[in-house]
Design a binder for this molecule. Sequence first.
Ligand code: NAD
Length: 347
Amino acid sequence: MKILVTGGAGFIGSAVVRLAVARGHHVVNLDALTYAACLENVASVAASPRYAFEHADIRDRAALAHIFATHAPDAVMHLAAESHVDRSIDGPGAFIDTNVTGTFNLLEAARTHWQAQGRPEGFRFHHISTDEVYGSLGPVGQFTEDTPYDPRSPYSASKAASDHLVRAWHHTYGLPVVLSNCSNNYGPYHFPEKLIPVVILNALAEKPLPIYGDGANVRDWLYVEDHAEALLLVLQQGTPGGSYNIGGENERSNLELVRTLCTLLDARRPRGQGSYADLITFVPDRPGHDARYAIDPARIRQELGWRPSVTVEQGLARTVDWYLANEAWWRPLLARQGVGERLGVGA
Ligand code: NAD
């Protein structure tokens, strides 16, 4: 299959690109290379004859038309997005431009291509989205695919809007789409402004480990390589027009998560007299901070037979080891757009 992956130089997109090339697919990686991108993430496949890179912006309709005409993909996996909730609060405009208008542009380019090819049934447009579109849960319950949308941040509202566009293109034009909404990803190549890398890197630098509010906010944690496996399954076996919730079955409060990271770090790099947990610092809460997200993964488990392969403790241990071994990857990124100074606790 020839797959056009958008956002393939980002965190999740690069895991998808690495896996898809390893599975024998041809991949065209379309990425604008924003501050969040890192082409080193796909260095391991860059020399493959099944890999091509297109430096392009999904806000640029002419560039998209040219790329579809040049590569004639069998499928699109759309991951390009502005993805950091804190940045969406500081500057929502870029989130509307890329996540909403950019998705509209990509849908139109895909529809034009699909129609020109004679509407092949096997074509897929897979939109990768977030569980944040469903809003916030109380202490019990889980999001299912039928949970009404109730986004609360500029980021989640922009993703909800793009989900609606993708479904509308299916119902109106018949474009064979699939959607997936996942929980918080973590793992290797996670950009250093998100909660888990912030904690690891701040701990190594003996800096405070910032936690919003009282740390009671609960998230489900999904190991990125498990997610990439699930995404390829949804692409290849998902029902057209259908959506799939993808979760790690690993709910943790932010405070529990950070304490686990500290324990893992203590075991690998003992910190003098104390524990890294001594560096935990509570900071004023994010405006509109959702209390709890939790995913009911029954549909993807029953229809496609997918389950996560690691617990959060196993995945976090791998992640900590990866950051300890890959300073050459993360150190230069700290200088980008003030990332090093930002108390980014974006989860
Ligand atoms: P990321 O920020 O690491 O990567 C996004 C990539 O998109 C970057 O390489 C960036 O250069 C590219 N990009 C941004 N704007 C672009 C534009 N206008 N044109 C072309 N490329 C552009 O994001 P991520 O964490 O890998 O997330 C990937 C997708 O998964 C996003 O759609 C996000 O909403 C969704 N998602 C992520 C998570 C998570 O935990 N990271 C959870 C749920 C859903």
